[in-house]
Design a protein around this ligand. Sequence first.
Ligand SMILES: Cc1cc2nc3c(=O)[nH]c(=O)nc-3n(C[C@H](O)[C@H](O)[C@H](O)COP(=O)(O)OP(=O)(O)OC[C@H]3O[C@@H](n4cnc5c(N)ncnc54)[C@H](O)[C@@H]3O)c2cc1C
Length: 1010
Amino acid sequence: MSTRLDPAPRLPFPYRPEAEVVATTLQQLQGRLDWPAVVAQARPWVQAVREQPAPFWALESLLREYPISSSEGLALMRLAEALLRVPDAETAIALTADQLGRAEFDGEGGPAEGPHKMLAQISASAIALSKRFLPESDNPPGLLQRLGSRTVVAATVRAIQLLGRQFVLGRSIGEAMDEAAAQRKAEARLTFSYDMLGEGARTERDAERYLASYRHALRAIAGGRMASSPMAADGISIKLSALFTRYEDAQRERVAAVLLPRVRQLVDEAAAANLNLTIDAEESDRLELSLALFEALAAHIAATHPAWQGFGLAVQAYQTRALAVVDEVARIAREAPCEGGLRFMVRLVKGAYWDGEVKRAQEAGLPGYPVFTHKHHTDASYLACAARLIEHHAVIYPQFATHNAGTIAAIVQMAQRQGAAFEMQRLHGMGEGVYREVLAATPVACRVYAPVGEHRDLLAYLVRRLLENGANSSFVHQLADAAVAPEELLASPLGAATRTQAAPALPLPVALYGAGRANSTGADLACVAQRAPLETAVAMTHVAPPPMDTPADVDAAMQRLHRGFEAWHQRPLAERAAILRAAGDALDARLPEFCGLLVKEAHKTLGDCVAEVREAVDFCRYYADQAEQRLAEQELPGPTGERNTLRLKGRGVFVCISPWNFPLAIFAGQVVAALVAGNTVAAKPAEQTPVVAARFVELLHRAGVPADALALLHGLGETVGAALVAHPHTAGVCFTGSTQVARLINRTLAAKDGSIVPLIAETGGLNAMLVDSTALPEQVVDAVVQSAFRSAGQRCSALRLLVLHEATADGVIEMLQGAMAELVVGDPAQLATDVGPLIDDEAFAALSAAVQRLEREARLLGRTPVDTAAFPRLLAPVAFEIGRIAELKAELFGPVLHVVRWGPGQAAKTVDEVVAQVNALGYGLTLGVQTRIDTRAERIAAAARVGNVYVNRNMIGAVVGVQPFGGEGLSGTGPKAGGPHYLYRFCAEQTVTINTAAAGGNAELLAGLA
Ligand SMILES: Cc1cc2nc3c(=O)[nH]c(=O)nc-3n(C[C@H](O)[C@H](O)[C@H](O)COP(=O)(O)OP(=O)(O)OC[C@H]3O[C@@H](n4cnc5c(N)ncnc54)[C@H](O)[C@@H]3O)c2cc1C
């Protein structure tokens, strides 16, 4: 059965003003809560837990002693996240030394008193001990020290394992079920929802493995019997991102074709055994997609198991759309195509990815946040959703997952008033004390979310829990802190929400840069309302290249610009800056139109287009601000009787020559920098992409740049470009492109008579990413795929050389092969496309030949399958292994990745050798570093002769004013584009010294002394 997942949105716009959403939330709660009664019920629970902590109090106590915001807490988190996966002793020692080196564990950590301090003390003592014996730095220690270090690292590993064990019910489902049975003996009202731990799948093999482990768990739980009801039986929780590598809105068709049948299989097995199967909630950009899947599955259940009531979904209350999600699930239940509809389970959570959601919205320049920004707004939303779930109890069995005593008491009271059946839920290893009291005081049932897995799979989950336990705002953290009074701990979120509803706690993404310039507007491509205008613009755009200019046109333009210079550079700086800002605002408002042009002319994917338009907008606003700050006249100190003034002014006609790979952003960056500094500009776009450049020039003219201050000259580099560079009126050249052409321009300028003309050149790179064995393979592979293959590798910052530590190389390569196999190469106008075509036939022929050479000379590691008929000039992303760094000779400007190993058995044995060999390639643009050893990252950055170093992330997409971009050596002359020193290079400087005492004497001095 094939199903289409309807893309029509079911939910309101995710970025509505927070105030508006909070108002609806509070309305929902009106008259439903008696908060003093809530406090009266919850206060004894809080007191009892504080007086008699639960056995697993270790982590709470440890994090109270060493909060996540302290260097010790951070060290703990870093070690917990990375240490257990490091296979080689040398690196494990370096990591432990590095992290403990910055912390002050005293060995006496943990609670000062109470019967449950032992575990906390063991952990803290082990860590303190480790610290004492470890080498000071990342340098390889001596033999004796090393023996000591190994023991100490083993102790630290043990401590981390102890912490981790708190959160895992068992290493296998069998072990977990045994443990569950033991716990149920002590408390019969406990049920369990097992969660098979792991990262999201990056390869098809991972996804199949997860599917098998979910199926195995379901069979084990069912044990061949049919449960009496899903409410009474144990069940499982599944993560859709584990079952399919591309669980993304942009991949709806594949989600329907691949993921849906997998989940259907699990649903069938859970239904047959009458168990509960709940789909975990993940990131907000998957919310609509998850509901579409949920409805498709509901239709299947209606057709096959209409009596089953165990199908469930987790709903995150921190999302501004939470109430609508609850209603939508109820609607799907009621309208399910079977007699009487269906009944679902809904697990209400607050949400585990708050920090990530905030970061994504800021980075992407979204119109708002998809989540609340005040903790008490989330708390209020949770209660409003709870009230609504209880209203829908005929079609929904509500499951309330929270460790917050106030929230629990409020829910118990609301549900009891309505006589609704429900259950509470907690995470294994958390909230045990509170639930001990709740179960003793009320008849409610409680389900435990029970992670199952080996230590290796636990790490990401453990870090989430550490963050949750360690965050100041979190209930469990405050509960462990006796200094927080019960009144404060149980304060009503409604009162607080009423007070703050108008003001978000964080500046909106547009206000990211504070009082200065506005952040450029992005678009959430997973949101139909945001995506539709872009898709319409793409469909409506057709580009027709204009005729090329001739050398005579060049001369005429240069004469005109030369004449226009005086008037333009005399314009007050504030006027020039205002024109740029107006241009930036106009471009910001025309995002769809420019995306359409970029897709059609430069064959860029929609995501790349949005990023590019934003970069151009940022350039306009940033350089306007920079000009006013840095190019203003300055009075210089000097002797009395004299005034010294430094002025920066335009040089004359600046020639700006830009490439096709960023036909808007680089073009705009060069042109507006030159203009705002007071130059007139002859702008030559790449011959492949004149239309988008022309449209931007038109926009600049409309914003107020005079016709004789800016001219566009379209043509070949050899003719129009050469004529511009050689022209006698050329006062400066700004060039981005190949090192070869930059050299040619440099020579032409040097050979010219007349004034000496400065050149700003930004050229290519042989960019490497250095990965050590502390790095998380999933993060590495994500960063590699984005850096090497996004934009079909046609970025000067793109990754060309991946340098993997030998201890983890095989695993990373295998994951990379799997991830490459999942990429979609095709028509860039299609939302699903990850990698578009090469720019032209010439590039395609050259790259194809280079790949053929590599096929002969290197070891092919992986290649993305491509339907070459889908679009012209599609080159499959490909990776080759080479023996030595030095084998890399020339930049291949396409989706071709080289991989090399480093480590004791390789040509480059140490980090220092890798960096030296990468430096020796002569380029110096970008470098990626993937390590959890902070001192190592710092050392690499210091030794690397590159312009941009990116640690533990991808290495593309530099943001204006945030990551000023540009390199050294063969990669360019500097200064960095989008940085504070860029504009100076476009200026001539003048010092004016006036002898103010010339007319007879120093009147000022004498007057002052009188
Ligand atoms: C059984 C169970 C299953 C779970 N399944 C999922 C799941 O599928 N998906 C998922 O995302 N999470 C899931 N979680 C994790 C859950 O989101 C957290 O445990 C929960 O948010 C903690 O809430 P609390 O009421 O216990 O604690 P509280 O301390 O009262 O609340 C903490 C929560 O408040 C929110 N918050 C914190 N600061 C702010 C702020 N400034 N502005 C707005 N909100 C803020 C965050 O959501 C944070 O997690 C699950 C939890 C349980 C118990």
